[in-house]
Design a protein around this ligand. Structure first.
Ligand SMILES: [Zn+2]
Length: 895
């Protein structure tokens, strides 16, 4: 601490300097401190002794510049981290380490994010328009892409500098990049463990195929005419062997695990909906004539109405059901988009009556319900089923009589349950099916397995080798990572597919040594981001993806902060991977993120001409009589708020505002402007208000007399000191309570800042003369500095050093101070009025201290009071009733 003390004593009082330059001064000192403060590794001893807190913001995409949304999310996570450190939580695992994902896949990342609504897609398209959409031709796209890819490293450097300039408390020695082989080696390890467990598998999947570009397209990448948005070619449906992770295996625990998470209800709802659970009855229908089709000789067929099973006249199946690929593999054909519904040419047999019914590919069967084939009962089904039956001339049968009971008929072929009502029939049919072992109740989930195959260069290579003799052979662990070939080799091929790089593709089989081929699919980048929070805890481990002890100690993430747009995919995938690692004993925690905070966006003011809808820059607009008009034309301009964007000229570069106002003022403004999950409507007025508050605080500290308070309180009567000291003490404890609650439980940073402002206002109102002599005044100011330090660390450091010079309030830096605690008895109302009732008659009230909560203490006050002395002294008290919440005490005495 000697170095620190020396640097503090050389600090000058900086009242007249603008905030930004002081920030600059403190930035250097503070950064040095942070390095010492947060780069300690987790020590074995700490794990036993100290509580831990793991706060984590989602990582940025390396676009090159930070935007205000980034600043917002890091301001929050840094604030919580600093607060928890001061509360005594384990600093080293309380790190907020930043991942900058040099996403090695522009294209894949986009395509996976597009798996969403149409709207989502359009928004993304707009966002990336500058990079990808200028023409349908390949050239422009690729040129831009190359430039972008080569820039990723310099983008990371640039962003790192910006983050450092914000004074963010990141442990830079623990930076990880998911595109680095040091990292993706372990992503491949993870894949292989899933492969060993049978949870990573390959199957035929029907994909949208761009025949020109030789690549798979996401649904959202096909325009209304069925053409590829990029090559313009008519998209075909094609069967390809694709790699899947068996997400559905954990569907049940992923669903039930949601209940215990402290997540926004809306996010949990979205996850529940995505996972989707249903109880259905499953029957096994054998393929007619005991045929075998691929691996199938029967089909699992489901229904939610088993009572009508006799009326089934077809089976409907989704186009990407594995059975469909098995059938079509036998008789290959290319399927075009328009042809999504057709008879498969296969019949299956209803086990209840032996009737043979056809299998159809039907649009209405959600492919989401993975392996599901659905019983078509048009007689008793909805409009969809009736419509489908009519379209394909499928018979429609009815199984009920006028009393809603099962009937027998020739067509239905001997109903065994004739005469039963539908309820009875449903139960009896399932019982019978269970007994005969061809049917049962089954819990079904809507969520499908995770298709991770991408046919692109940029991504983590799937560590698999295909051998003509041994089949699918996993790459041995000791040969990991399977590195991507040199980028320039990849760029030779137009489609960037690994398939075209023969020196990489051809290898030898680890099993038999014969020549073999590498798997050319790469993984969806969401696999990389589904486990990074574990690697963070032990990022330099070369022998393992992470040390089990460190992970078991630090997990789960106590607070995860990020955008609500990741509510489904990223969070679901991260949970899936954690469930898997837990299930197979690699970690002890099942859930990755105990508490989730979703932050809102930052919007900027836009100006748009009424007639053409053209966006204008702020300096192209002038205001007269509350109306905005375009300077050059005089035309009226509409003013509103929109998501910040370059094309709308409403983006604010954090670097500019930091330069003008200092990092702390920017951080405080973002935290103060709105609760974390609300949209922020950014304007400079907020930051101006914050700046003036900070300057007032600085003046208050500057005004503190450096002579110590003494006992000669000459001019002010004693009573005033006591009263003001008490008031200050109470206000201080109120502020501690509020700020603590806001940062610990509610994450209402805005309320915390308001509480600090309230305390500073009370301090400011204390007459100067009293303030100079009051010890409580300086104590309150000291606590105020600590309260604002997680919110505005540089500024608080400055105030603290100034205060340290004047009064002996502590020798170490503010970062090392303990978080203050509050005392409820100080906060309670000083006195309460207690009503006294004797033998049913109200006798008056007495004032007693609010701290007197015990019955005996109450009684003592009553007895000592004037009423007690007069009316109770000579009586025998038979009964006493105390009704605390009504502040009432009642006596029954002898008369
Ligand atoms: Zn082999």
């Amino acid at each position: 601490m000697a170095v620190l003390a020396a640097s503090l004593s050389h600090n000058k009082i900086l009242v007249n300097l603008p905030l930004n330059s002081t920030n600059h001064l403190w930035m250097t000192k503070y950064r040095r401190l942070l390095r010492v403060h947060c780069t300690r590794a987790v020590k074995e001893g700490d794990m036993n002794k100290k509580k831990k807190f793991y706060v984590l913001p989602m990582f940025p995409y390396p676009s090159g510049t930070l935007h205000m949304g980034h600043v917002r999310v890091y301001a929050m996570s840094n604030c919580i981290a600093q607060f928890r450190k001061m509360q005594g939580f384990n600093v080293s695992s309380c790190k907020i380490i930043l991942i900058i994902e040099a996403c090695n896949d522009f294209y894949c990342r986009l395509s996976i994010q597009w798996v969403g609504t149409r709207l989502d897609y359009q928004r993304k398209m707009q966002l990336w328009k500058g990079i990808m959409i200028p023409s349908r031709g390949l050239t422009v796209f690729y040129i831009n892409f190359n430039v972008k890819l080569l820039n990723i490293n310099s983008n990371i450097d640039q962003m790192r500098t910006q983050l450092i300039n914000l004074g963010l408390d990141f442990d830079w020695e623990k930076e990880i990049m998911t595109c680095s082989p040091d990292y993706y080696k372990w992503t491949q390890w993870l894949f292989l463990r899933m492969f060993d467990a049978g949870l990573a598998y390959q199957r035929q999947a029907l994909v949208n195929w761009d025949p020109v570009d030789q690549t798979v397209l996401a649904k959202e990448q096909i325009d209304e005419q069925g053409r590829s948005w990029r090559s313009g070619a008519v998209v075909e449906m094609k069967f390809l062997r694709q790699w899947y992770l068996k997400l559905s295996y954990y569907a049940d625990t992923l669903l039930s695990g949601l209940d215990d998470l402290k997540w926004p209800e809306i996010v949990k709802q979205l996850q529940r909906k995505w996972l989707g659970k249903k109880m259905l009855v499953e029957f096994e229908f054998y393929v007619e004539g005991n045929q075998r089709i691929g691996e199938y000789n029967k089909l699992s067929v489901c229904t939610d109405a088993p009572q009508y099973v006799y009326g089934a006249t077809y089976v409907a199946i989704a186009l990407d059901h594995p059975f469909v690929s098995a059938v079509l593999e036998n008789s290959p054909r290319t399927i075009y988009n328009k042809e999504l519904e057709f008879p498969l040419g296969i019949n299956v047999v209803n086990p209840l009556n032996g009737c043979s019914i056809p299998v159809y590919v039907a649009n209405y069967v959600l492919s989401d319900f993975g392996s599901l084939a659905v019983l078509g009962i048009p007689g008793h089904g909805g409009k969809r089923e009736k419509g489908f039956a009519m379209k394909f001339n499928i018979p429609i049968l009815y199984v009920l009589d006028g009393r809603e009971c099962l009937v027998n008929s020739h067509q239905l072929n001997h109903v065994k349950f004739t005469g039963m009502n539908t309820n009875e029939a449903a139960k009896a049919i399932v019982r019978y099916a269970e007994k005969m072992n061809f049917g049962r109740y089954r819990k079904l989930f809507k969520v499908s397995d995770w298709l991770i195959s991408r046919q692109r260069y940029w991504g983590t290579p799937i560590p698999i080798i295909h051998c003509d003799y041994c089949g699918v052979v996993p790459v041995p662990d000791k040969e990991l990572p399977v590195r991507l070939p040199d980028y320039h080799n990849a760029s030779r091929s137009k489609s960037f597919s690994l398939r075209n790089i023969s020196e990489w593709l051809n290898t030898s089989c680890p099993n038999c040594g014969r020549s073999a081929r590498r798997e050319t699919d790469t993984m969806d980048t969401f696999v990389d981001s589904a486990w990074y929070f574990l690697r963070y805890l032990d990022p330099n481990n070369e022998a393992r993806p992470f040390a089990k002890a460190s992970v078991n100690y630090a997990m789960p993430v106590d607070l995860y902060i990020g955008g609500v747009e990741h509510a489904i995919l990223h969070l679901l995938y991260a949970r899936f991977v954690t469930h898997f690692l837990n299930d197979f004993g690699y970690i002890s925690n099942k859930e990755p993120f105990a508490c989730l905070l979703t932050q809102g966006m930052v919007h900027g003011r836009t100006y748009k001409t009424n007639s053409s809808g053209k966006y204008l820059k702020k300096n192209e607009v002038e205001f007269s009589a509350n109306q905005a008009i375009e300077k050059t034309t005089g035309e009226k301009v509409a003013v509103f708020w929109e998501k910040m964007s370059k094309s709308k000229y409403n983006g604010i570069d954090p670097q500019d505002v930091v330069k003008t106002y200092g990092a702390d003022a920017v951080r405080l403004s973002l935290l103060f402007k709105a609760p974390p999950d609300n949209i922020i409507y950014w304007d400079e007025e907020t930051i101006i208000g914050i700046t003036s508050w900070l300057n007032r605080l600085r003046k208050m500290v500057a005004d503190v007399d450096s002579t110590k308070p003494n006992n000669t309180r000459a001019k002010v009567p004693e009573i005033n000191y006591n009263k003001l000291d008490k008031k200050l003490l109470r206000a201080t404890h109120q502020a501690i309570k509020q700020v603590t609650y806001s940062l610990e439980k509610a994450f209402t940073f805005n309320v915390a800042i308001a509480a600090c402002m309230k305390l500073s206002n009370i301090l400011q109102d204390i007459p100067g003369e009293v303030a100079q002599k009051s010890t409580q005044y300086v104590e309150s100011l000291r606590i105020l500095c600590i309260l604002i330090s997680p919110l505005a660390p540089h500024f608080a450091s400055e105030l603290w050093s100034d205060l340290c010079l004047k009064r002996e309030i502590g020798s170490s830096h503010i970062l090392y101070q303990s978080w203050p605690t509050y005392d409820d008895s100080v906060l309670a109302d000083e006195n309460i009025n207690l009503q006294i009732i004797i033998n049913g008659n109200r006798k008056g009230t007495i004032a007693i201290p609010a701290t007197a909560t015990e019955n005996e203490a109450l009684l003592q006050y009553v007895k000592e009071s004037r009423i007690g002395q007069e009316l109770l002294r000579d009586k025998v008290i038979k009964k006493i009733y105390i009704v605390k919440h009504r502040k009432l005490i009642s006596f029954v005495t002898d008369v």
